[in-house]
Structure formats: C-alpha cells, structure tokens
Design a protein around this ligand. Structure first.
Ligand code: ATP
Length: 233
C-alpha cells in the first residue's frame, strides 16, 4: 500500500486553477521531494492531504485512509510541519507539545515529548514561552509538534525556510534519521541542495501540474542544476 496516494486532485481559487489534476503515489519508507517555484501549488496540495482544504475533484489517501471520508484515521498517521510559525505565545514549549498530544487523545506522552525535544535541541527551552523563541527554535518546535503522535508519514512544507546553515544541517540530519528509521518523508523545498542530499525521488510542480517526476539522479541528469534552479525561480 502506498504511504500517500493522490488521484487527479484539482483545486480552484476563484479564477485561478491552483492544482490541475495531480496524480502521485509515494511508497512507504520513501523520501520524496516536492519542488517548484512560488505559487506552484505545493502548499495547497499539502493542505488537502492534511484535511485543511478541500479538493474540487479527485481523492487523496494516507496509508489507505481517505483524507476526507476517513479524516481522523488519516490524521493519526500523518504529521504535517506547516510553513507558518503560529503558536499560542503564552504557552511554553513543553505545554505546546502537551496540548498537541491532547488533540490526538494521547495521555502520558511526556517521555516521548522529552525525547523529541532532546532530538531537536529544544530541551533547554522546554519551559520558555513560545513568544520568546527565535525563528529557528520555532521551526524546531513546529517539527516537534508534527511528531508528538509518532506518525509514520511526515510531510514538511519548507521546514528550513529562513533558517541559518547550522540549523538547516541539523534539521536535515534529524529528518534523514527519521526516514532511516522507517518514516515516509515528503519535503517541499526551494533548495536544490536539500532535495539533492535527502530525497530518493523528486517531483517538480509548476503552475499546478507535475511537470517532471523521477529519481533524484535522473532528475539531476535531465536538468542540469542551473536549469533546475531556473525552473524553480
Ligand atoms: P510557495 O513556494 O510560495 O509556498 P506553493 O507552491 O506552496 O508556493 P501555493 O501556496 O499552494 O503554492 O499556491 C498556489 C496558488 O494558489 C498561488 O497562485 C496562490 O496565490 C494561490 N492560493 C493559495 N491559497 C489561496 C487562497 N486561500 N485563496 C486564493 N488563492 C490562493
């Protein structure tokens, strides 16, 4: 069974056809890259997978669970790291993760929360209010939030946007480890080097369509880095 199955997904915002019939099948254990320029439709596709937006047509499944008709089951097996850094500013890092656990009906999740915080170098900030975190720390907290219910499938929407090189490398290492441990990972990015380092297969999205899809090596051979960057620009 594929980890993610997307069939003919279409989405229109007023006059703009944001997704024009996307088909994708991502295998369990795969590290999949979704590349594309601003406005290609990456976030829209992820929002549909996460049940935050409705497709006009088509269907999407996470580990066989329909994201609309079987929403709860689909959310249990999916962890989404959104692009926006939005937290309740008056809760601490630990409280934020406890609240997120509560959404999933998880009690006594503190050991796992400690482990996630330690892996993301957040332990020192456990009792700090989220409003006092730097942008990079907030990015880490977003990743931690997506992992509190131990989802086998993780989707990260530009997790390293606007973070410094050191943190970016740290996040890459951590995400790569999750993948090695068996998690399926889908990553959207503008950084070619990120996709190059991490992904098994890459799909390139442009104006709501998948314009190329292949394993990383074939993609990099097919488009020289410069061309690929141009296409991403
Ligand atoms: P980026 O790399 O900038 O994050 P993206 O590939 O994630 O871009 P989307 O955010 O999915 O692209 O946007 C796809 C298109 O849909 C864009 O033209 C965007 O302006 C439009 N769009 C997205 N959300 C909405 C919305 N809620 N209402 C109207 N238009 C929207």
């Amino acid at each position: 069974m594929p980890a993610i199955e997307i069939r003919n997904i279409k989405k229109r915002y007023k006059t703009l056809q944001a997704l024009k019939g996307i088909d994708l099948s991502i295998e369990e254990g795969e590290f999949f890259g979704l590349l594309g320029p601003n406005g290609a439709g990456k976030t829209t596709l992820i929002s549909i997978l996460a049940g935050l937006a409705r497709a006009d047509e088509g269907e999407a499944f996470v580990l066989g669970h329909n994201v609309v008709t079987d929403f709860r089951a689909a959310r249990q097996v999916l962890g989404v790291v959104p692009q926006e850094l939005v937290f309740d500013p008056f809760f601490t890092v630990r409280e934020t993760l406890q609240i997120q656990s509560g959404y999933y009906g998880l009690k006594r999740n503190d050991d796992w929360i400690d482990e996630v915080m330690a892996n993301l170098d957040l332990t020192e900030k456990a009792n700090v209010n989220t409003r006092a975190l730097s942008g990079g720390m907030k990015r880490r907290l977003l990743v931690a939030q997506a992992l509190v219910h131990r989802p086998p499938v993780i989707v990260l929407d530009e997790p390293t946007a606007g973070v410094d090189v050191e943190l970016r490398q740290g996040l890459w290492k951590f995400i790569a480890r999750l993948n090695r441990e068996g998690h399926t990972v889908v990553l959207t990015t503008h950084y070619l080097e990120e996709a190059e380092q991490l992904c098994d297969r890459i799909a390139m999205l442009r104006r709501g369509e998948v314009v190329a899809l292949d394993n990383k090596h074939a993609m990099l051979q097919r488009f020289s880095s410069a061309q690929l960057l141009l296409r991403l620009a």
